[in-house]
Design a protein around this ligand. Structure first.
Ligand code: ATP
Length: 306
């Protein structure tokens, strides 16, 4: 999966505009969302990140119509969120509950009767990788299989976007891999928009095209995963005289791994190399080092918390 290769639409599938949500009243009340605005581009896999209590579930529950915002707007494919256009969304917001003695196929057939989409049962079983287990009772399913069946139930309604709250929570490594592949295919092969929340930063880095980092109900960082990583990137130099670099860059330089890490914009790299070489500095190694999403997350949430 090459995240950078994905071409994203700039048209939003889902937009939140200045959304506020407070729980309770008076001094003990909690402002769960504080003027939150963000847009999820069509066809993207968009990740909501944030520490516990940041407001991720509240945002998804408002989108699903399970909670009402105090203020602000939620748009679904450009129209105000309402039952009619919420049907364009498939949701897996709380752990799905199934009838233990019914099979995967029977669950999908039951839902297809309501939505008039019986022809979709077999393709959906294939899409979620449950065709072989289709006639087994759900009581014998692993958590990963149940999660995939939950997504299958959402797909039976032919949604254009899928909303997933912590889709890999509690899954074993195989289950995580399967879920990652399914999410990637839904977005990048079938053209659905996927909005998900997760605690697993490594997972989000692998599966999402864009992310929003929330803290205390506010947006602290947002952007394409590749851009966010680039913004926090550092330039590593191994030179004969590291002290000269540390002196020149002060707080922006840090010794480590037998060289010096310098915090500069990636566009400044060619000029820096030219000026160091021009000053006669002997450079043994020079490379742009991207952080992982966890480093970006910690630096952004710490900065916002100050
Ligand atoms: N029904 C509720 N009643 C009162 N407070 C609530 C309710 N739901 C959420 N909150 C509070 O709102 C804030 C945001 O909670 P929310 O569940 O949206 O965060 P989250 O980012 O999803 O966290 P987590 O990752 O722990 O699920 C928290 O302080 C939480 O305690």
């Amino acid at each position: 999966m090459r995240r950078g290769a994905v071409h994203l639409s700039t048209e939003p599938a889902i937009s939140f505009i200045s959304v506020d949500k407070r729980f309770g009243r008076g001094r003990t009340s909690v402002l769960a969302l504080d003027g939150l605005s963000l847009s999820v581009p069509k066809g993207s896999v968009y990740g909501l990140l944030g520490p516990n209590g940041a407001g991720k579930s509240t945002l998804l529950r408002i989108l699903a119509g399970l909670l009402t915002a105090d203020r602000g707007d939620v748009l679904i494919f450009g129209a105000p969120a309402a039952p009619a256009n919420r049907r364009r969304l498939g949701m897996l917001i709380e752990a799905p509950s199934f009838y233990p003695f019914l099979t995967a196929r029977e669950h999908l057939q039951m839902l297809a009767r309501f939505t008039g989409t019986g022809a979709l049962v077999e393709p959906v079983l294939r899409r979620i990788g449950l065709e072989k287990a289709a006639d087994k009772a759900v009581s014998g399913f692993s958590l990963g299989m149940k999660q995939r069946l939950g997504i299958g139930c959402a797909l039976i309604g032919q949604p254009e976007a899928i909303i997933l709250d912590e889709p890999t929570n509690g899954l074993d490594p195989d289950g995580i891999l399967e879920m990652r592949a399914l999410i990637d295919e839904l977005a990048h092969r079938d053209g659905l928009t996927v909005l998900l929340s997760s605690h697993l930063l490594d997972e989000v880095q692998r599966v999402c095209d864009r992310v929003a980092i929330l803290q205390h109900g506010r947006l602290v960082a947002e952007g394409a995963v590749a851009d966010l990583l680039d913004r926090e990137g550092r330039f590593f130099l191994s030179v004969d005289t590291p002290d000269t670099l540390i002196e020149e860059f002060g707080a922006r330089a840090e010794a480590g791994d037998g060289g010096v890490y310098v915090k500069i914009d990636s566009e400044q790299v060619p000029d820096l190399i030219a000026s160091l070489a021009g000053a006669g500095m002997r450079i043994h190694e020079a490379k742009w080092v991207k952080p992982d999403l966890e480093t970006v997350f910690l630096s952004q949430t710490r900065e916002a918390g100050r």
